[in-house]
Design a protein around this ligand. Structure first.
Ligand SMILES: [Zn+2]
Length: 431
């Protein structure tokens, strides 16, 4: 691509170019062409061979050293986006370049989840700094890792603590759950249900008590619970009082894991396509199933709480979490329609590192301008086809699966070339 450039183009700096992004074949990913990651890959790069049995978990659209995107433009000698940005930091935009010391501050991804990811939380910057200096083997950097997930297909996750009355309901109807939390903590939660000022502290006590439950005890209780719920389900009885479907789903993936009990503490959140969750610092969460767009600050700091064979740092986890109960519905993060452009819906989380735009252009519009912003951005085409015109004299075709890097303050004109509406996601950093 980029072959349409005129001979004089080499004189001018290239400001928009296509990327070939890195796939991560983690074991939890959807397999073969079930995976949205694989589908986007094949559509964007038709020569890609998708293996039927292989998981296609993540597509990384960014300059992270563990998955730096390759540049597909014969006007450019740099091989990867990371190299390009190192050589052209001004393309980040002045504020982004200065604030994030010449680095692209976010990593943009597509995820296709078949098996639940571990229940986890990410530290804020202060805690990340402390953890990294004390335990660099578990906490590889000093940065925070806020994340946002936007559903591409119906998407399930766990997020934040449930309202206290729901947790108390499970403590009553699921005796095995009560057994791992313990009677003392349970009684205390019941007695403070109406005293909202005391709730966070008592909820912390309950959760900490469960996380510290002796392995022999919780494995035994989990086996009793799974046996009971399986028998009830087989007899055609309603198991919703024990959150039965989710329990059996997670137990089949992670038998004997303490994380199976956390479904009684944490909200089950279902997102329809276009709906989002924002996972700020210290918010417990897990992705369970589905395909999503994800954006995060560049960091690998994760503290795990179960549904994982990896290291669990129980003390750090129980200390850091936000114990503020709220309903599942409140965990859905609203997108705001751009007052200046009815095609754009903005997801702007309360962190500086990234903002995501969902751009929906009806095919009937024929022409559309992707707005100029004072930040480098990465654009993914999820649906539709268009011809992109940008300086210097560049024309290229984008379609489902195409990914573009767009320099700060660059405007693109799109000429829509198919009868499908365009659906684009754009990650940037608005300071
Ligand atoms: Zn996370």
């Amino acid at each position: 691509m980029g072959e349409g450039a005129s001979p004089t183009a080499a004189m001018e700096e290239v400001r928009v170019f296509p990327l070939s992004c890195v796939v991560q074949n983690y074991a939890w990913g959807k397999v073969g062409l079930e995976s949205e990651v694989a589908k986007l890959l094949v559509s964007g790069h038709p020569s890609t061979v998708i293996e039927e049995e292989k998981p296609y978990a993540e597509l990384w659209m960014g300059a992270h050293p563990k998955g730096d995107a390759l540049i597909k433009d014969n006007r450019i000698s740099q091989k990867s986006l990371g190299q390009w940005i190192a050589d052209h930091p001004s393309q980040l935009g002045v504020k982004v370049k200065d604030t994030f010391r010449g680095q692209l501050p976010f990593l943009f991804k597509v995820l296709s989840v078949k098996i639940a990811l571990s229940i986890q939380a990410h530290p804020d910057k202060e805690l990340a700094g402390k953890l990294h200096s004390r335990y660099p083997e578990h906490y590889p950097d000093g940065n925070h890792k806020p994340e946002m997930a936007i559903a591409l297909t119906p998407f399930d996750g766990l997020c934040g603590f449930r309202p206290v009355n729901e947790i108390i309901g499970f403590l009553k109807s699921v005796p095995e759950f009560r057994a791992v939390v313990g009677n003392e903590a349970t009684d205390e939660l019941q007695s403070c249900a109406t005293d909202s000022a005391r709730v966070p502290q008592v909820l912390k006590k309950c959760f900490t008590s469960m996380m510290n439950c002796e392995k022999k005890v919780f494995v035994e209780q989990l086996n009793i619970l799974v046996k009971r719920v399986s028998e009830e389900a087989a007899a055609g009885r309603d198991t919703s009082g024990s959150n039965g479907d989710l329990l059996l789903q997670l137990h089949s993936q992670f038998p004997g894991d303490i994380g199976c009990f956390s479904i009684y503490f944490l909200n089950f959140v279902h997102l329809e396509p276009g709906e989002a969750m924002f996972l700020g610092a210290n918010e417990p969460h897990a992705y369970l199933y589905g395909d999503c767009i994800e954006c995060m600050a560049c960091s690998d700091n994760t503290v795990r709480a179960g549904l994982t064979p990896k290291y669990i740092d129980v003390n750090t986890l129980c200390e850091m979490l936000i114990y503020s109960p709220s309903p599942a519905q409140s965990k859905i993060f609203p997108a705001v329609q751009d007052p200046a452009d009815a095609c754009v819906f903005i997801y702007d989380p309360p962190v500086p590192d990234f903002t995501i735009m969902r751009i929906q252009v009806p095919a009937s519009m024929k022409k559309y301008n992707v707005s100029q912003i004072d930040s480098a951005s990465i654009l993914l085409v999820v649906q539709g086809e268009a011809m992109v015109v940008s300086s210097p004299n560049m024309e290229l075709v984008i379609k489902r699966g195409s990914v573009l890097f767009i320099s700060a303050n660059e405007q693109l004109s799109l000429h829509i070339t198919s009868d499908k509406n365009l659906l684009l996601f754009r990650a940037c950093c608005i300071l």
